[in-house]
Design a protein around this ligand. Structure first.
Ligand code: PLP
Length: 445
């Protein structure tokens, strides 16, 4: 007997793979999570590791007790695992942060001169530099035009740093990081790669690209336990004011008269004041260990196959227009944004969830300037595939969109607190019995 194995059989499983969710018609469906660009569920191995380390939880760096020693060792091992995963150089520094936004904000406090970014960036990369000189270069119609625009800008006005995304969180288009590094270095600027969207899908290769810094979030690489990381050259980080000042970041403190005299530790401790999130760091490291052997071949192969099927399927949905800044870019992550005729994106996303059990994202994806270019500022729908997505998931999405395109949503919906919402919504949204509360209004989406 021959047993047919699909690619997902060779990829690690995640917690919640078999989750069923309620639909508005009173039935249930297996949850189809197509929102991995926002956040990924935990790898099973990561969740198991977190459970396994919980009894050993203790305060890092401070205690003489056994659990403190264990947790200190976990944190320092985590640095080594993350460094290996992003192909850091031996002399690079690994600083744990809360997420990519925090990592870029840390770097913003260390960069000794002007910063240049492209206008296609996520707000994390676009806004981090608010206190320093920051210039935004308009991306061209092609990647080559964009590289030329960057080169021209850097030749006209020098910069200390170019910050660039590895892959767009809107179009999935992958940028040629090594080319950006080459042109930036030729102009005397360093490069920070925002790898939040690249790291789950392709190898992050700090040394191979010759890039200077990389930032990423654990919750996008299947370790949603609150950690992020900035990895890169030590000199700016050692010279900078602490990102978080306080205990753990200092060698000594004295009070002289009415002032404090502080001797700060070098990086990474200099920027990690307060009690570190050792669980988050250990979870991130566990995800790195799991993904490291798969990220060069298995993960991209799985996603390319699915992305081809997704693009082919979406092309059959009447009125659906996918968004692309660089249509000629061949290598993309399996993240696709689109508009569906004149249906509001929020309504499409709400119907996918409420009627089909499919989770996607709608909005402007914290990339308002890019959406201004791609949709004139209108919201779009984003579908993002991950490690555990199957061909059946892709087909289910395409069928659901085809149905919505043909006859609109079946249920009734209204905008409630700024979000398209089923009216009524009979789904119990509180599986833990803790009480239902709406999200805060006005959130940038
Ligand atoms: N950069 C990119 C390209 C992103 O897609 C995101 C989040 O979606 C971020 C940065 C910010 O990540 P975080 O919210 O984990 O700080």
């Amino acid at each position: 007997m021959t047993i047919a194995l699909s690619r997902t059989d060779f990829l690690p499983s995640v917690v919640g793979d078999d989750l069923t969710v309620p639909l508005v018609d009173g039935t249930h469906a297996r949850y189809c999570d197509l929102d991995s660009a926002a956040s990924t569920p935990s790898l099973r191995a990561v969740a198991d590791h977190v459970t396994e380390l919980a009894p050993y939880y203790g305060s890092v760096h401070r205690g003489a007790g056994y659990t403190s020693r264990v947790c200190t060792s976990l944190l320092e091992n985590a640095r080594a695992d993350v460094a290996r995963f992003v192909r850091a150089r031996a002399e690079d520094c690994v600083v744990f942060t809360r997420n990519t936004t925090d990592a870029l904000s840390l770097l913003a406090g260390a960069v000794p001169g002007p910063v240049v970014t492209l206008d296609l960036e996520h707000h994390a990369t676009l806004l981090a530099w608010r206190d320093g000189e920051h210039r935004v270069v308009r991306a061209g119609r092609t990647v080559d035009d964009t590289l030329d625009a960057l080169r021209t800008e850097l030749a006209a006005r020098p910069a200390a740093l170019v910050a660039v995304t590895g892959a767009s969180n809107v179009t999935g288009e992958i940028l040629p990081v090594a080319d950006v590094v080459a042109l930036a270095h030729a102009a005397g600027a360093r490069v920070c790669v925002d790898a939040a969207q690249l790291a789950p899908h392709r190898r992050v290769d700090l040394a191979g690209w010759d890039a200077d810094y990389v930032a990423l979030s654990a919750h996008k690489i299947y370790a949603p336990y609150g950690a992020g990381v900035l990895v890169g050259r030590r000199d700016w980080l050692d010279a900078a004011d602490p990102h978080l000042a306080g205990g753990g970041a200092v060698r000594s403190v004295a009070v002289a008269g009415d002032t404090t005299e502080v001797s700060w530790l070098p990086a990474p401790q200099r920027h990690e004041g307060g009690t570190p999130n050792v669980v988050g760091a250990a979870a991130l490291a566990a995800a790195c260990r799991e993904l490291d052997p798969l990220i060069d071949d298995e993960v991209p192969a799985h996603e390319r196959e699915l992305a081809d099927r997704l693009h082919a399927g979406l092309a059959t949905v009447p009125g659906l227009r996918t968004l692309s800044l660089f249509p000629q870019v061949e290598d993309r992550t399996a993240t696709v944004s689109f508009v569906l005729g004149d249906l509001p994106a929020g309504l499409v996303a709400a119907a996918l969830s409420a009627e089909h059990g499919i989770g996607v994202r709608d909005g402007r994806f914290c990339a308002h300037p890019l959406l201004a270019r791609l949709t004139g500022g209108d919201d779009a729908v984003r579908v993002s595939l991950g490690l555990r997505t199957t061909t059946a998931d892709v087909d289910r999405l395409v069928e659901a969109l085809t149905a919505i395109a043909a006859r609109g949503p079946v249920w009734t919906y209204a905008v409630v607190d700024g979000r398209w919402t089923p009216t009524p919504d009979p789904r119990p949204l509180d599986p833990f019995g803790l009480g239902e509360r709406p999200g805060l209004p006005g959130c940038d989406r």
